[in-house]
Design a binder for this molecule. Structure first.
Ligand code: PBG
Ligand code: ZN
Length: 340
């Protein structure tokens, strides 16, 4: 009773709620806007024709043969999505991962099919060997003096460089080395230049943490390591300064774009990198980030569209201009609806 009778008078200079009063004013002052053109859709490709294999760990995504990948690319292009990031699932694996550089493998096959179409999409090919090695590591193995096995960095570079050249040859606009081998950007740049592919750009997976959030991807790509883990080449998630050092090295080696992943666990790195580098910054909202939202939405615990757009907006706000996301197609549709 007493409360209602009391008149409270406060004088506030700032009332931030004025700018939140309605949809129009919120829209006017919004600092970060997403557009389909900044989105990149990951795509898993297999050999053959008419093949579509649903990926249980990535609901709504399939492994596609090149003809169906082309259909998907047409859809993405019509929605204004900026680009595609291709991952290949080969028929055969070997200890070296030589299939990564096979010109008749699923990635070059799909690139040739897409390049001929002249779609307004940037064609990006992931460059790594873990989908192609029978042990699932990102390069050939060597036995160390103490008897342990580890990835042989400099032999891995040869395979990565050969793969990058094969993808450039097949029509990739951008190659994206993800193996976290030392010197991979320099090795790929010099191999591309030596083979006449000066115009092919490199998007470096510059800061890539050894993350549990890649789990659903490894199911999708059949690329889980058969033994051990990737901590001798991917970075310790505890390290931020080391991440900036990795970006600096990749920039010096000739990377055209710098990418960080996972995205939501690297927002501090995006913010720091945005201040420090003038190269375009990309962030990969990885499979586990997608799966967390997907799983919660399936249980009715979170709004799928809301959570997807909110996380993507935060990643952009932190400093990423290019957003690689399994939500790319849907996000482009949602953004078109919002704008309509
Ligand atoms: C291959 C590669 C991985 C991802 C991108 N490239 C898997 C890994 O490092 O094990 C992860 C992408 C995702 O989780 O969506 N080196
Ligand atoms: Zn790999």
């Amino acid at each position: 009773m007493e409360l209602l009778e009391t008149k409270t008078r406060v004088e506030l200079t700032w009332r931030p709620r004025r700018l939140r009063a309605g949809a129009a004013i919120r829209d006017l002052v919004r600092e970060t806007r997403l557009t389909p053109a900044q989105l990149v859709a990951p795509l898993f490709v297999v050999s053959g024709r008419g093949r579509r294999q649903p990926i249980p760990s990535l609901a709504g995504h399939d492994r596609l043969s090149s003809d169906l990948a082309l259909e998907k690319a047409r859809t993405l292009a019509s929605l204004g999505v900026g680009g595609l990031l291709l991952f290949g699932i080969p028929e055969h694996k070997d200890p070296i991962g030589e299939g990564a550089a096979d010109p008749s493998g699923p990635v070059p096959e799909t690139l040739r099919a897409l390049a001929g179409e002249g779609l307004p999409l940037v064609l990006i090919a992931d460059v790594c060997t873990c989908e192609y090695t029978d042990h699932g590591h990102c390069g050939p193995l060597e036995v160390l003096p103490d008897g342990r096995q580890d990835v042989d960095n400099d032999r891995a570079l040869e395979v990565l460089a050969a793969a990058a050249v094969a993808y450039a040859e097949a029509g990739a606009d951008v190659v994206a080395p993800s193996a976290m081998m030392d010197g991979q950007v320099a090795a790929i740049r010099s191999a591309l230049d030596a083979s006449g592919h000066q115009r092919t750009a490199i998007m470096a997976y510059a800061s890539k943490h050894a993350s549990f959030l890649y789990g659903p991807f490894r199911d999708a790509a059949g690329s889980a390591p058969a033994f051990g883990d990737r901590r001798s080449y991917q970075m310790d998630p505890a390290n931020g300064r080391e991440a900036l050092r990795e970006m600096e090295l990749d920039a010096a080696e000739g990377a055209d774009l710098l990418m960080v992943k996972p995205a939501i666990t690297s927002l501090d790195l995006l913010a720091r990198a945005r201040e420090r580098f003038d190269l375009p910054l990309a962030a990969y909202q990885v499979s586990g980030e997608y799966a967390m939202i997907q799983a919660a939405a399936e249980r009715g615990w979170m709004d799928r569209q809301g959570a997807a757009l909110e996380t993507l907006t935060a990643i952009a706000r932190a400093g990423a201009g290019v957003l690689i996301t399994y939500f790319a197609e849907e996000a482009a549709r949602w953004l078109a609806e919002e704008g309509a």
